[in-house]
Ligand binder design. Structure first.
Ligand code: NDP
Length: 801
């Protein structure tokens, strides 16, 4: 008997096992007249404007007529969201938790319908929508129901942002919706969502189900349409934040469009993620990992492991086993439960994939495709392996966004890291090795927001997801994802700063006496501070510095583009600081505080002369600066990661990493305290900095050189370039080796910083011309700055046999 069963496994032909689409077709036929937008708790009339059609990628057949959203539709939706937001916030965390819980239950109750609609609209296998997308959607709402419940305690000093515009792509339409709306709604924001033109159906079905589940009108609004509809949402003045997932190209457009508007922005963009296999890996497990990594969703996954990096000794064997496995993969109709790959999203994506593969072959790669049959009529493409690929070739650098894997080899772990990081993206990475020490040693060296060890494409609502470099910024999921939808209460209360910092703002009139000891030497010109040394500016230029009332004090170096370039190079070279232990960084900050403290009188006297504040205010500023350095010394070894226990056998380590090289432009007010308040959190978290001090009062920062020189900070960790804030900021913003930019000052500086940072998509922290009370710890110190000084990397470590 057992013998004959075994025989069947060898001889039995594959037969399709289609999932029923009856319920989905019935739902579509109820909307046969066409879908309107979902605004203020109901569908708008379907015939009130232009429409387009959505089709099944696998057959090309019509699925539904969809409304094309106009700027007026966006305006109606934003108005509804704005009107609903105060009430949604006021119901409180527990009530919102109940609503999110109800959404999770609704998703589970309608899981099959959602899975079928998604497979029909997107062309992906039902096996994936049923077993991956929909369960993760439900989990996301459950998890964020919890954050809503805990919001008043866990985020007591934060407030919601308001109305959130969310734009999602076609590759995971329902999952991306959940990743976006669950945290936004949980924390008291309301939403206008624009699904992708090619896959609007699951968002419309979800909106309908949410209304049935009792979600209040106006809290979630869905406006369908194309890129122009998305652009109208981005441009709308009533939107407080844009959360976007999609291509890097559109991410850049959105960064430019929102620059200076005061809107928050998170971008989850493309990737070219490495899949690194060391010679001690479990090869068969790694081969299976490759299948999940690049052929999930036909490779149309932002974090797809599309670059297979093999250690040289195992490369030939690995590729042979992989080719054997590829022969087993089935490409078929999405509703067939027995297939591995469905259809690409449409003909244009198919053309793009075909053309990139042809380019790869033209550039010298060998192309392998298994001899599997492809259904006709849709946009099907076979799983594809390109070998003999050069690291600089098109297919090794461009995101293909299809079922195409490229492979390269390396010899040593260092070479693996160099090859892995040889991309402008930084989303995800997979490491395969049975030596845990090796894998855990490689993970921190990879430029990626997510690292999977002996695993791939694992996701959980409690574990943040997102990238760095041209993969964008911001995280979705977990505590860090919540912060993307909140802002500190103290920041929300900021008011536009006066055009110029007013002297004697406290109203005190007493001035510290001017003595010869507080005057600079007659011929002294303060230099720049680069690479741990005082250096003359490249242009050999200097400019005079005056007090608030016009008294001339001396001269300061006028930095230019070349000085910024030298400073960035020095900061880049000082990478030892980023791997220094938190204890070491804490010690350096305490020591800076100590050195400033011993010179407190001198600094206070200088502040009085430069800014003409009263002696008491000046002393208070110096004392606050000393205290702030101490505070970040304290934080240095306490602001740290966490260990997640996602639903798998294993853990995910959420590690807190420095961003890298950060440019800082300081405001004019409180020139010592603001300088220290911006510098210290960056140092505490291991960043290297290029700082442009207050343009009006730079000498207080140049005085600080002596404090730096007597501390034990390595050269290059702090670089100070004095000069015109605007042009130095522009150089920093355009510099591709600067990873993030903090700009405090005039609103126009913030706008330009955001606009010019699109090149390498650097993260920005700007104040939009709103004044910070630097004495106020709630506004000027602590977690909000530390969050901006770091990025979370989640390292997944499944374990057990
Ligand atoms: P896009 O970035 O164009 O689309 C993502 C979303 O943004 C869609 O809802 C889209 O609308 C909308 N959109 C398009 N233009 C604008 C705009 N100017 N302002 C605001 N919103 C806009 O990706 P595509 O769908 O066109 O795919 C193109 C390529 O992008 C793919 O080949 C792939 O390489 C990459 N991609 C990466 C994804 C990722 O997760 N990293 C996801 C999807 C694509 P509409 O659908 O109507 O165009």
């Amino acid at each position: 008997m057992s013998k004959s069963v075994a025989r069947y496994f060898d001889t039995m032909d594959y037969g399709p096992a289609p999932e029923s689409d009856t319920d989905a077709r019935q739902w579509l036929s109820r909307h046969a007249q066409g879908f309107g937008h979902f605004i203020d708790g109901r569908f708008t009339g379907a015939d009130s404007g232009a429409h387009f059609e959505t089709v099944e990628p696998a057959t090309g057949l019509l699925l539904a007529r969809i409304a094309q959203g106009s700027p007026a539709d966006i305006d109606t939706a934003v108005t509804a969201a704005r009107a609903a937001q105060p009430g949604w916030m006021a119901v409180g965390g527990h009530a919102r938790a109940r609503h999110l819980y109800a959404l999770a239950r609704t998703v589970q109750r309608h899981a099959r319908l959602l899975a079928v609609v998604e497979a029909l609209d997107n062309g992906k296998p039902i096996r994936e929508t049923r077993d991956i997308d929909v369960p993760l959607v439900a989990r996301h709402f459950y998890h964020h129901a919890g954050w809503a419940q805990l919001q008043e305690r866990e985020f007591a000093d934060q407030v919601p942002l308001g109305v959130i515009g969310q734009i999602v792509p076609w590759n995971f339409p329902l999952l991306m919706l959940a990743w976006k709306i669950a945290p936004a709604l949980a924390l008291g924001n309301t939403v206008v969502l624009k699904p992708a033109e090619l896959t609007p159906l699951s968002a419309l079905l979800f909106a309908e189900l949410a209304a049935q589940a009792g979600l209040p009108a106006g809290v979630l609004n869905v406006v369908t349409g194309d890129g122009a509809t998305g652009a109208a949402l981005v441009a709308h003045e009533g939107v407080d934040k844009i959360a976007f997932t999609g291509s890097t190209e559109v991410g850049r457009l959105i960064r430019e469009a929102t620059a200076g508007s005061g809107k928050s922005l998170t971008l989850e963009l493309g990737g070219k993620s490495p899949f690194i296999v060391f010679d001690d890996a479990d090869i068969d497990a790694a081969v299976e990992g490759v299948v999940d990594s690049i052929w999930l969703n036909q490779g149309q996954v932002c974090c797809a492991g599309s670059r297979l990096l093999l250690q040289e000794g195992i490369a030939a064997d690995f590729i042979e086993r992989l080719k054997r496995r590829m022969q087993q993969l089935r490409v078929g109709m999405p509703l067939d439960k027995a297939i591995d790959l469905g259809s690409l999203i449409d003909g244009s994506q198919l053309d793009r994939v075909r053309s990139l593969v042809a380019t790869g072959v033209r550039e010298g790669a060998q192309c392998y495709q298994p001899s599997c049959a492809l259904p006709t009529g849709g946009s099907f493409y076979p799983p594809t392996l390109l070998t003999g690929v050069q690291p600089a070739s098109t297919v090794a650098t461009e995101e293909i966004f299809g079922p195409v894997l490229v492979t390269m080899t390396f010899r040593t772990p260092d070479e693996a890291v160099a090859l892995a990081n040889n991309t402008r993206y930084g989303l995800a990475a997979s490491i395969w090795s049975e030596t845990i020490g090796l894998a855990l040693g490689i993970a921190p060296q990879l430029q990626a927001g997510v690292v999977w060890i002996n695993a791939t494409n694992l996701f959980d609502a409690g574990v943040g997801f997102g990238g760095c470099r041209e993969s964008g910024y911001g995280r979705e999921g977990g505590r860090e994802g919540c912060h993307e939808y909140l802002k500190p209460h103290a920041w929300a209360a900021r008011k536009p700063r006066a055009a110029q910092a007013a002297p004697g703002a406290t109203g005190e009139t007493a001035r510290a006496p001017v003595t010869s000891s507080t005057l600079p030497a007659i011929d002294r010109t303060a230099k720049l501070f680069i690479g741990g040394k005082q250096v003359r500016p490249d242009g050999e230029l200097s400019h005079a510095v005056f007090s608030v009332s016009g008294q001339r004090f001396g001269e300061v170096g006028t930095g230019n583009r070349k000085d910024i370039r030298n400073a960035v190079a020095a900061a880049r070279a000082a990478d030892g600081w980023s791997s220094a232990t938190p204890h070491r960084r804490a010690q350096a900050l305490y020591y800076l505080a100590e050195n400033l403290s011993t010179r407190a009188d001198e600094f206070a006297a200088r502040l009085v002369r430069f800014t003409e504040v009263a002696a008491g205010s000046a002393r208070a500023e110096v004392d606050a600066a000393v205290s702030r350095l101490f505070a970040y010394g304290a934080w240095a070894d306490k602001y740290e990661g966490t260990v997640h226990v996602p639903p798998l056998r294993g853990v995910a380590l959420a590690t807190v990493e420095p961003i890298g090289v950060v440019g800082v432009v300081c405001p004019d007010e409180a020139p010592l305290l603001s300088f220290v308040s911006l510098l210290a959190p960056l140092l505490a978290m291991g960043n290297r900095t290029v700082i442009v001090p207050s343009e009006s009062h730079p000498l207080i920062a140049t005085d600080f050189y002596q404090v730096l020189e007597t501390s034990d900070l390595p050269g290059g960790v702090v670089n100070i370039v004095t000069g015109p804030a605007e042009s130095l900021m522009q150089t920093l913003a355009r510099h591709d080796d600067v990873d993030a930019l903090w700009v405090f000052g005039a609103a126009s500086l913030s706008r330009d910083a955001e606009r010019l940072s699109v090149g390498n998509l650097k993260r920005t922290l700007v104040d939009h011309g709103l004044a910070t009370d630097w004495q106020d710890g709630a506004a000027a110190e602590g977690a909000p700055f530390l969050r901006h000084a770091t990025q979370v990397k989640n390292i997944w470590i499944p374990y057990g046999e």
